[in-house]
Every structure is written in structure tokens, then in C-alpha cells.
Design a binder for this molecule. Structure first.
Ligand code: NAD
Length: 470
């Protein structure tokens, strides 16, 4: 059993602290937001993450997990201090904002009165471990105190964070202090995962390189999707065919609206920024970001090509969170899509199984008028009198909707499947004008007139079927 402090109770900090407590350690989580800590003490979690609530409850009840806003209380007797605070994009050039890490380091220095290993779990620019060491050394209230610094980047995914933390593909530890790295390695031994021990800078880079590689795979398949769409191939089947090749693998080859969330966008930007600062020209990273941005635009282009002007239209949006099983709205494609659609004079009806509140906050922060956005209680309500429906997040519950009921509720039966969860032939049979992402070109699009699709004359239904390439 070790005594552990975790600084930051967001997606990474709360999951790390809770899982380490569940492994039998004594954990105190520290956050600077009093309301967050107050609610955590009452068992109310600040985030939605499958399985986390029960795990927090179990470990609090067992007396292994506690929460505080006080660094003094949090650092009492601790052997390990994990820093898991946010590192968002900070500069207009894309560099990471290190204010929160630096502030955490200063607060640690002011209260640390015994030896501890300080572990950086936040994703930080290469060289940040040295910065943290310097800040702590120069701010120590007790200059005789010794400490070690280890980089331990986190690879968990929101939506399966608990499962990922408990079953990592690998644990990466980087430090100039081999003894400190070994101490941290012992914490992870029960997970029976490969442990890669390296130097500080390399560990920090492994995190950026991993995220940039995954983002590259996504932008790669999205570029292939655009080519498929133009040339008449189906990217979904292309991905299956490619994925059987062990050198390639099937993961991260789903064409769609591109990546979003709190990690890939900011981490690719930060890596490109680091490269540029070092005098390099990160051509591929720049292309990855450009393709990702354009991918969201395609939805609006598809809508306009079918509906003509969007002014006065009602567009239904299924899914708001940046991916399923999370309420995280950071850099979610839905934000850009709603912004662009409403700026063209359309109203939107939206539904997400868990992200309603975070979406309302995010849209407001982004300056999007909420009076043109109707938040609905389910997917069927979104479809009512809609001129088109856009699937933005591939929540499981959207995969088995009664699509005939959806179509009958709509003013015009247009379905833009931004995540390729439906099949074109099936949706055509139901009566939709269906467009997926990168799934064959079909005949040139024609503008679909408004009107009740359920009572459309046979000739018009044939026309719809005629333009139903995706
Ligand atoms: P988050 O925004 O969800 O949580 C950060 C928390 O830190 C907040 O609760 C905030 O109040 C707290 N905080 C900020 N400054 C503090 C301070 N000085 N003292 C105490 N608490 C402080 O962030 P997150 O998504 O958990 O990400 C944390 C880090 O982990 C980031 O660097 C991120 O890039 C990285 N990461 C995130 C994920 C992910 O899926 N979210 C995955 C891997 C790595």
C-alpha cells in the first residue's frame, strides 16, 4: 500500500486516483475548484465516465479515497504526487498552456515537507519535466527537502477510461532519476502491463507521437474517403480490406467527421508548434489538422447540395459529445456544425444521451445563440418537422432507431450519416435521401423540394431513389 496524492480531479485525475485506490492504495485527490470537491464528497461526479461512479463510491466507503482543496492536507505523508491538471491550447500558434501545471508545481513546493516522487501525468511539451523540477526547487518552503520527478503520460480514452487505466497497453515512465522511476514502476506492477522506462524527454514525446499518429490515421482515412466518394468506392469496405493487413490494423480507420475532444486537436497543434519552434516545418501534422477541419465542413456542403439554401430549414442533430460514452464537448465537431448551419439561417433540433448540459455550456461559450437550438429528449423528437437529420456522434442508441418512424416525422427525408452507422441500400428502402462519408458518389445531387415525404407521388420517390447515392 502506498500513500498517493493526485492533483486535479478531471477525466485523468479522478480516474487515476480512483483506480489507484481500488488497487489498495491510500489516495487523496486535490482540486482547486471548491464546488467540485464539495460535490465529490457527496458522491456527485463532475464528469460522466462509465463505471466510475460505483468505483468512487466503493473506495470512498472503504476509506481509501478522499477529496480536498487543501494541498497541505493532500500532501500529508504522501509518497507519490501525480499531477493531472489540464494543459489546453494556450497560444494562437497552438502551444500548450502550462499555467495549470506550473501553478500545481508551485503549490506542491509550498507544502512539501518530506521526500516524494512527483509524477507528471498531464500531457506536456518536451522538456516540461525539467521546468517542473526547477519550479519546485526554487519554491520549496523547506529547501532541504528532496524529491524525484518522473514523466508518466496517460493513454486512457474518455468513454472507457476506467477499463483503459486498469488494462493499459503499456505504462511509460521517463526520468533522469532511475530510482524514482523504479518506485513508480512498482505502483503499476499489479496491472501486469509492459513498462517502458526511458528518459524524461522521450517519455513526454511518446505521448505526443502516439496521439499524432492516431490523428494521422483518422485524417488519412478521411482523405481516402473523399477520394472514394468522388470515384465511387466505399470507404467502409476499403477500411475493412486494409485493416486485415497486420501492418495496418483496422483501428482508427473509420471515416467520418474527424477527431475532436480534449486531446487529439490540442496535442497535434502543440506538437506542430514544438516542431516549428525548433525551426522545423511539420508538413504532415499541418495536413492532418487541415483535413480534420475540412471534414466537418463536408456535412454543411452535403446539406446545401440537397436542400439548397438552409435559410428557414430545421436541421436535426443526433449526438453532441465529441464521441460516444462521454459528456465531453471540448472541440466537438457538433459545435462547428451547429455554428455553420445556424449562421446560414437554419434552426437546429438536437439530442445527446448525456451531453445536454455540457453542450449548453459549450455552445454558450462559443457565442452560439441558444434561441435557435432546441434541446430534445430523444432522437424521435429531433426528427419532428426536420428538413434533414445529421448523425454527428455514433452513440449505440442511434444504431437501432426505428428509421421509418424517424422518416415519417420529418418534413424532408434527408439523412446525413456523419459516422457511417447506417447502410445506404437500407436507408434508401426506408425512403431516405442518404449521404454517408466517403461511400460512393452516385449521380450528381439535385435540390430536394420541401414537402411531406410520406405523401410524395411515386415519381418523386423515384427521383429521391435516383439521387440516393452517398
Ligand atoms: P480536465 O480539464 O478534465 O481536469 C483538470 C482538472 O485539474 C480540473 O478539475 C481542474 O480544476 C484541475 N486543476 C487545474 N489546475 C489545478 C491546480 N493548480 N491544482 C489542482 N487542480 C487543478 O483535464 P483532463 O481531461 O483530465 O486532462 C488532464 C491532462 O491529461 C491533460 O494534460 C490532458 O492532455 C491529459 N490527458 C487527457 C486525457 C483525456 O482523455 N481527457 C487522456 C490522456 C491524457
Amino acid at each position: 500500500m502506498s500513500i498517493i496524492t493526485v492533483i486535479g480531479t478531471g477525466y485523468v485525475g479522478l480516474v487515476t486516483g480512483t483506480c489507484l485506490a481500488d488497487m489498495g492504495n491510500q489516495v487523496t485527490c486535490v482540486d482547486i475548484i471548491p464546488e467540485k470537491i464539495e460535490r465529490l464528497k457527496q458522491g456527485i461526479l463532475p464528469i460522466y465516465e462509465p463505471g466510475l461512479e460505483e468505483l468512487v463510491e466503493r473506495n470512498v466507503h472503504a476509506g481509501r479515497l478522499q477529496f480536498t482543496t487543501s494541498y497541505k492536507e493532500g500532501l500529508d505523508n504522501c509518497e507519490f504526487i501525480f499531477i493531472a491538471v489540464n494543459t489546453p491550447t494556450g497560444t494562437s500558434q497552438g502551444g500548450a498552456d502550462m499555467r495549470y501545471v506550473e501553478s500545481a508545481a508551485r503549490s506542491i513546493a509550498e507544502e512539501l515537507d518530506h521526500y516524494a516522487v512527483i509524477i507528471n501525468k498531464s500531457t506536456v511539451p518536451v522538456g516540461s519535466g525539467d521546468v517542473v523540477s526547477r519550479i519546485i526547487r526554487s519554491n520549496l518552503a523547506r529547501p532541504d527537502v528532496h524529491f524525484g520527478v518522473v514523466s508518466n503520460p496517460e493513454f486512457l480514452r474518455e468513454g472507457s477510461a476506467v477499463q483503459d487505466f486498469q488494462n493499459p497497453d503499456r505504462v511509460v515512465l521517463g526520468s533522469a532519476d532511475a530510482e524514482a522511476a523504479q518506485k513508480v514502476a512498482t505502483l503499476y506492477l499489479p496491472l501486469r502491463a509492459p513498462i517502458v522506462i526511458t528518459d524524461l524527454y522521450t517519455a513526454e514525446m511518446i505521448k505526443y507521437a502516439s496521439n499524432a499518429f492516431l490523428a494521422t490515421k483518422i485524417s488519412f482515412i478521411n482523405e481516402i474517403a473523399q477520394i472514394c466518394e468522388r470515384l465511387g468506392a466505399d470507404v467502409k469496405e476499403v477500411a475493412v480490406g486494409m485493416g486485415h493487413d497486420k501492418r495496418i490494423g483496422r483501428a482508427f480507420l473509420d471515416a467520418g467527421l474527424g477527431y475532436g475532444g480534449s486531446c487529439f486537436p490540442k496535442d497535434v497543434r502543440a506538437l506542430a508548434h514544438m516542431a516549428a519552434e525548433a525551426g522545423l516545418h511539420p508538413q504532415m501534422l499541418n495536413a492532418v489538422m487541415e483535413i480534420n477541419h475540412d471534414q466537418r465542413r463536408l456535412v454543411v456542403n452535403k446539406l446545401s447540395s440537397i436542400l439548397g439554401s438552409l435559410r428557414g430549414c430545421t436541421i436535426g442533430i443526433l449526438g453532441l459529445a465529441f464521441k460516444p460514452n462521454t459528456d465531453d464537448m471540448r472541440e466537438a465537431p457538433s459545435i462547428d456544425i451547429i455554428r455553420w448551419i445556424t449562421s446560414q439561417g437554419a434552426m437546429v433540433r438536437v439530442y445527446d444521451p448525456v451531453a445536454t448540459q455540457t453542450a449548453q455550456e459549450a455552445l454558450t461559450r462559443e457565442g452560439i445563440r441558444l434561441d435557435v437550438v432546441t434541446f430534445c429528449d430523444n432522437a424521435y423528437a429531433v426528427a419532428e418537422e426536420a428538413d434533414a437529420l445529421v448523425i454527428v456522434t455514433e452513440w449505440n442508441e442511434f444504431k437501432s432507431l426505428d428509421m421509418l418512424q424517424i422518416r415519417n416525422a420529418m418534413r424532408r427525408p434527408v439523412l446525413i450519416d456523419g459516422r457511417n452507422i447506417y447502410e445506404a441500400a437500407e436507408m434508401t428502402r426506408v425512403g431516405f435521401v442518404y449521404r454517408g462519408m466517403g461511400r460512393g458518389s452516385g449521380p450528381a445531387p439535385s435540390v430536394l423540394p420541401p414537402g411531406d415525404s410520406t405523401s410524395m407521388p411515386q415519381t418523386q420517390m423515384s427521383l429521391l431513389e435516383g439521387i440516393n447515392g452517398n
